[in-house]
Design a protein around this ligand. Structure first.
Ligand code: HEC
Ligand code: HEC
Ligand code: HEC
Ligand code: HEC
Ligand code: HEC
Length: 259
């Protein structure tokens, strides 16, 4: 009798341990802000956000004009406040931009937090289409890419392209509020392919072999380098940041002669 009850107790204990192990969610690893699309870990809503980021919508040409004050009041009257925010998280990585340039990963954008902090949807959703659009939950807050697409579109030449619209609005506010990322890699990481796989060299390469291998892909960078103070004896250095107009820089004066 005693033995069976002990065995029973042990069984219950093991079952409890199992239940706890199954119920206890894995702790989420901490990620740096704006660290791009995670490969090994999914934030809540990440899958939907990634799918949404791949979508494009047709360009809206006709917009309804309202002054900023009127627009803010109008949104408020419609009840478009933080309570109306359904999507708290977006991943911004539009194919409209990637088709032209793709040097960086997409940007993780905490929509809910931003809407709550700004307290005013019109800061970002600054204009609305003339006609309602079927794919949007609300024409007032239709996505930016419905109106901002290519850097220059002759149908709507006065509008900045999507990348510029984001950069101006996002970085502009972060600068103004002295809060939020302004440095490029705080919003998106540079997409650099794994060089261990790209670079093909013999067992013990000499210096020139290495340089030649890099030049196989970096012809343009090599050209740029030949215009800088690190190559020239003296003269303007158009590719050297903050020094582009100074003519006295070069190996003959201030730069190290190591090439
Ligand atoms: C506040 C966040 C933020 C900061 C800071 C920022 N960007 Fe961006 N950037 C974006 C967003 C959002 C996009 C649009 C992403 C998309 O939809 O593809 C973008 C797109 C781009 C693109 C085009 C897409 C690509 O993959 O090549 C480039 C290039 C770029 N940014 C460069 C920069 C550089 C250079 C800096 C620093 C001077 C910078 N960004 C700083 C938010 C930011
Ligand atoms: C800091 C800027 C910002 C603020 C403030 C903001 N939003 Fe957004 N909102 C965005 C961006 C960026 C998107 C995504 C656009 C995209 O994916 O093309 C978006 C998308 C949306 C969408 C989805 C649109 C669609 O067609 O699928 C809704 C709905 C929305 N916002 C509602 C609101 C409401 C309501 C508020 C105010 C309480 C608000 N937003 C405040 C930037 C903002
Ligand atoms: C219904 C169309 C429409 C939508 C949606 C839209 N824009 Fe615009 N945007 C325009 C037009 C048109 C202009 C050109 C200036 C003007 O005519 O007022 C403009 C100009 C801008 C400018 C430059 C001038 C300024 O106002 O600072 C920025 C930045 C900008 N938009 C960001 C955004 C962002 C970010 C979103 C998404 C949250 C967005 N826009 C959504 C139509 C739109
Ligand atoms: C109305 C002002 C405003 C606008 C517009 C704005 N931001 Fe921000 N953002 C902030 C502030 C303020 C913070 C700092 C929040 C904090 O640290 O509590 C911030 C923080 C961030 C962060 C770091 C924290 C986080 O959520 O991971 C990212 C990334 C970011 N913003 C991206 C964007 C992007 C992308 C856009 C444009 C689509 C944008 N922001 C537009 C005010 C703004
Ligand atoms: C098979 C092609 C290939 C070869 C070979 C190659 N690279 Fe790259 N490298 C790339 C690409 C693609 C990028 C990303 C695009 C860009 O930034 O130009 C890149 C980017 C870089 C960057 C920029 C990193 C950043 O954060 O901006 C550096 C530095 C670099 N390569 C150095 C080298 C050096 C040094 C070698 C020789 C040992 C080399 N690469 C050989 C293709 C190559």
């Amino acid at each position: 009798m005693r033995k069976t009850s002990q065995a029973f107790q042990r069984c219950v204990f093991v079952a409890l341990l199992l239940a706890v192990a199954l119920l206890d969610p894995q702790p989420e690893p901490v990620r740096a802000a704006g660290a791009g699309a995670p490969t090994d870990w999914l934030a809540p809503g990440q899958q939907q956000a990634l799918e949404r980021a791949r979508q494009t919508v047709p360009l809206i040409e006709a917009i309804r004009r309202e002054g900023p004050l009127r627009r803010r009041e109008h949104l408020h009257d419609l009840g478009l406040t933080v309570k109306a925010v359904k999507t708290t998280y977006f991943y911004l990585n539009s194919p409209l931009i990637s088709a032209v340039e793709d040097h960086y990963t997409g940007v993780r954008f905490n929509h809910g937090q931003h809407a709550a902090q700004a307290g005013d949807c019109s800061v970002c959703h600054h204009l609305r289409p003339e006609q309602d659009v079927a794919y949007s939950p609300h024409p007032e807050t239709v996505r930016c890419s419905a109106c901002h697409q290519q850097a220059f579109d002759e149908r709507v030449p006065e509008r900045p392209g999507l990348k510029a619209a984001y950069h101006q609005r996002c970085i502009g506010c972060h600068k103004q509020q002295r809060s939020g990322p302004q440095v490029c890699t705080d919003c998106h990481l540079k997409q650099v392919p794994d060089h261990a796989k790209l670079v093909k060299l013999p067992e013990h390469p000499d210096a020139l072999q290495v340089t030649a291998e890099c030049l196989r892909c970096h012809e343009a960078q090599a050209h740029d380098m030949l215009q800088t103070a690190h190559w020239l004896w003296r003269g303007p250095s158009p590719y050297t940041q903050d020094r582009s107009r100074e003519v006295l820089h070069g190996k003959g004066t201030t730069a190290l002669n190591n090439y």
